[in-house]
Design a protein. Sequence first.
Length: 321
Amino acid sequence: MVNKFLYRTGVIFVLSLILTVDAFGQDPEFTQFYANPLYLNPAFAGTAHCPRISLNYRNQWPGIAGSFVTTSASYDQHVDAFSGGLGLLVWNDRAGEGTLITTNISGIYSYQLPVTRTFSVKAGIQATWAQKKVDWSKLTFGDMIDARRGFIYNTNEIQRNQPASYVDFSAGILGFSEKYFVGFAAHHLTEPNESVIEGTSPLPRKYTFHAGAIIALDGKGDEASLSPNILVQMQQDFMQINFGMYYTKGPIVGGLWYRNADSFIALIGFQAGILKFGYSYDITVSKLTNKTAGSHEISTSFLFDCKPRRRRFRTISCPSF
C-alpha cells in the first residue's frame, strides 16, 4: 500500500510539472530522421521528385509505465505546375498511455533553386493545425487523497474539457550536391500557446541542423557507400546531438549512432523495388538502462515511379533511414 501510494504521488508530481500554468513543451523525436524527411525539415518536400509515402512508428521506453508512442504518415512529390514540392504530414503522439495526446496536420511547399551546375538550394515553408488534449479520467490530484485509505475523493481541480487547438508555422532550407548535403530548419516560429489548462504554455522554437556526405566505395558488383552524418537539435533548454555512420551495400543499409550521453542506436534497413523498410533500436546507456527496455522504431516508405524528371531538377542523395 505504501509503495502504491508513493508511486501515485510521484505520478502527481510529474503531471504537475507537465500541466503547470507556465509550462514549455518539447517535440517528439524520431531516430530514423531521414526516413521521416518532412518531419525533419519542410525543405525535403518533393526532393525525391516522384510521389513518396512515409510511415513511421516509435515506441519509446516501453519498459516504463506510461511510455511515449508516436506515429507519423506523410506524402510528398514535386509538381511542375507549382514549380516546387508539395507535402502533407500527419503525426500523433500519445504520452502516459494516452493521458496527453497531440495531433498535428501540416501542409508544406518547397522551392528548388539550382545555384551552380553541381549545387542546389531548396527552401520550404510549413503551415500546421495542431491539437493537444488531456484525458482527465487518467489523472489523480492531491485533494483526492485520504491519509489512511488513499485516493477516494473527487477532485476540486478545474478541468478544461476543450482541447487546445492552434496554428503553427515552420520553415527550412537545404543545400546539396551529389556528394554532400546540409540543412537547417526552424519549427514553431510563432511559439503558439498549447496550454491545456488556464494560463499560457508557449511551444518553444525548435532549431535543427543536419549535415552529411556520401562516400562511394568499391562494391565489387554492388554499389556500396559510407555516409557520415550529424544532427543537432535545440529546443528551449534541451539540446540533442546525434552523430554516426550509415553503410550501404546493394539493397541493405546498416547504421550505428551515438546520441549525447544517453544512448547508442543500431539500425538495419533494406530496399526492394519501390519499398524501403527500416528498424532501429535505441540502447539506453544512462542510469535508466535496466528500466526503459530501450526504444523501438519502424519506418516504411514507398517511392513510386513517375514521368522522367526535367533536366534542371536535381534529386538529393542522402540516407533514407
